[in-house]
Design a protein around this ligand. Structure first.
Ligand SMILES: Nc1nc2c(ncn2[C@@H]2O[C@H](COP(=O)(O)OP(=O)(O)OP(=O)(O)O)[C@@H](O)[C@H]2O)c(=O)[nH]1
Length: 326
């Protein structure tokens, strides 16, 4: 019996208007040494970004006349379905979303559609930010925060235009609000393609969470930069009782999935020899048992929640109640 073909990696490029998404996309196409099908989404009927993508070999598909996050989701599924029928021709798919798009529905399309899910996987969500303007965009708009919340990697672009202290402040704010995301600096989108593509950053077994070891509950209050975006990180030392935790998580995403943008965690369930991992994008959730706990490894649970108005969700109290008795 032949092994199932590997699922095609999909990288979603997000980032605020003018941050440098197309510039990064072109850099990746020029330097990755791999063949990508490109999907570009923009407002308006005339596709401009599609024209700006380098090279004739790449397959560039435009989804115009609507934002990918609302009107054209059905189109996205059709376009990806079509690409998957010709999958031998490329090594992956790159999707550039509009500067005002919420990347969540794009990711959710890959989580929700069974056929696509079997043949393709979201490998990463790359958020490109403009080093000089990011903090202002974050403070003034909801979109910039939503894009940051979903990123598995953030590229701080136009780094040459920002002072060193601005760069440091931008990177600190990114690490505060999305502590699992990797960070790269760039000028003209010039980052090593190998650090962005095919990283499996969105795969359950390779979920990046803040480094373990600390025993803390930390709620990051919305700061002056973040237009209400908050991050809550929780570390729990006692294992969680399975049914109680799964019920709590299910209720949380069902009832609060609109303001809970992103959730992920590595959890020690009582009696389980393997780590339980989960990740959610709004109400959609992926979860599974992953590798066995190593001997000597601290069996604590680490969870991260990013969203708006999280204080009211009483995350710590809810999770505390899931722990087995001391
Ligand atoms: N100085 C400087 N300019 C850059 C850099 N990267 C991109 N640009 C310029 O910034 C402008 C916007 O870049 P794009 O790549 O089109 O940005 P985008 O995010 O795709 O823009 P939208 O599709 O409009 O949201 C272009 O004029 C780029 O040449 C950089 O690192 N430094």
């Amino acid at each position: 019996m032949s092994a199932a073909p590997e699922r095609l990696p999909v990288t979603v490029l997000t980032g605020f208007l003018g941050a440098g998404k197309t510039t990064l996309l072109n850099h990746l196409l020029r330097t990755s040494g791999r063949r990508y099908a490109v999907i570009v989404n923009e407002y308006g009927e005339i596709g401009i970004d599609g024209e700006l993508v380098v090279g004739a070999e790449e397959e560039v598909l435009e989804l115009n006349n609507g934002c990918i996050c609302c009107k054209v989701r059905g189109d996205l599924i059709r376009v990806v379905g079509g690409l998957l029928k010709r999958r031998g021709r490329f090594d992956g798919i790159l999707i550039e979303t509009t500067g005002l798009a919420d990347p969540a529905p794009v990711v959710q399309s890959f989580m929700a559609d069974d056929e696509i899910r079997q043949s393709a996987r979201v490998d990463g969500v790359v958020c490109v930010v403009d080093a000089r303007h990011f903090l202002a965009s974050l403070a003034r708009t909801r979109e910039a925060g939503v894009q940051l919340a979903h990123a598995s990697c953030v590229v701080v672009n136009k780094a040459e235009l920002a002072e060193a202290d601005t760069l440091a402040a931008v990177e600190a704010e990114i690490a505060r609000l999305n502590p699992g995301a990797s960070l790269l600096r760039s000028v003209g989108g010039a980052v090593p393609a190998a650090q962005l593509l095919d990283q499996g950053a969105f795969e359950l077994p390779r979920l990046a969470l803040p480094a373990g070891g600390e025993r803390y509950y930390r709620a990051v209050a919305p700061g002056r930069h973040s237009a209400g975006l908050e991050c809550v990180s929780v570390v729990l030392q006692r294992p969680l009782e399975r049914q109680r935790f799964l019920g709590w998580l299910q209720r949380l995403v069902a009832e609060c999935g609109d303001r809970l943008l992103r959730s992920k965690g590595i959890v020690a369930l009582a009696g389980a020899e393997r780590r339980f991992v989960f990740q959610g994008v709004h109400m959609m959730m992926d979860s599974d048992f992953d590798r066995p706990w190593h001997s000597g490894e601290a069996r604590d649970s680490r969870l991260v929640f990013i969203g708006h108005d999280l204080a009211g969700l009483a995350l710590q109290a809810g999770l505390d109640a899931c722990q087995v008795a001391a």
